[in-house]
Ligand binder design. Sequence first.
Ligand code: PEP
Ligand code: MN
Length: 342
Amino acid sequence: MRMMVVMKKSHTKEELQEVLDHLKDNGLGAHMSVGVERTVIGVLGSIYPELAEELEAFPGVEETVPITRPYKLAGRELKPQDTVIKVGNVTIGGGSVVVMAGECSVESEEQMMATARLVKEVGGHILRGGAFKPRTSPHAFRGLGEDGLRILAAAKAETGLPIVTEVMDTRDVDVVASYADILQIGTRNAQNYYLLDEVGHCGKPVLLKRGMASTVEDWLLCAEYILARGNGQVILCERGIRTFETGTRFTLDVSAIPLAKRLSHLPVVADPSHGTGRWYLVEPMSLAAVAAGADGLMLEIHPNPDRALSDGAQSLKFENFRTLMQRLSVMGEAIGRPLERV
Ligand code: PEP
Ligand code: MN
């Protein structure tokens, strides 16, 4: 059983403290959520049967309500209102659509500069590029490491675009956080709980990809790890799951977008590049994801996809990205999900 304690509107500071002390004395943790209307405390730890009655006897307590979902901090029961995340002057989760685009891997400074300029020019909001790359084969290109981060920083300095880039290892969290505006956790590390703990106190927003074999509940519990460490700035990213289908690289689970948004207050973005693995499926799935309520998209683009060091088959050419941005804009205006304006 999980529980939240709803305080009376008129409660005093002392009355709140009494409740917190009672929880602490009984070995329980508390997660405070101070809303405009009400202060609510999420009780963390193993709750004993008499607790509800004990707490309801406190003068400041309005009622206790059981939380039925295993994810307490990521769920809407404790925090019904949407989480909105500010990255530079970009707002994620505020009703508009944010586009994060760039190369799969950072390959060279010149090329990343050209990519960043295009992202900026066509109205993209955040620049992506992998410096630490999780590759299925150890013989494949595994990224430029910190040199790649430096290149991203140079592209940010020129264009003003914030950066999202993957961190794969607890040992790299500090260095990645010193360059990135958003730390990305990849699908292969989505359930690396030590890494989730670590980015939980990095002080930067985290883009959490869905594990390719994770249920939506598993995914929200991964977010819960980050939130439990005090980092409330988590962006969920649906990037496709493994199914029996072989015509696509993964199966982009479009239904998971509105489902995650219904269950969680966190912003949800979609990655149709990894979700399909085919460049020609990226545009239709981008439009579908936004129509389904995605707060943003993560897209791979490349000046010459045939020569990309990773994920060329799913990378959009510049001209196709430009067209996609135009279509997103037209559709977004029609359905009330406009592109974010910065
Ligand atoms: C990526 O964004 O390049 C990447 C490796 O993503 P995923 O973890 O979703 O495969
Ligand atoms: Mn990729």
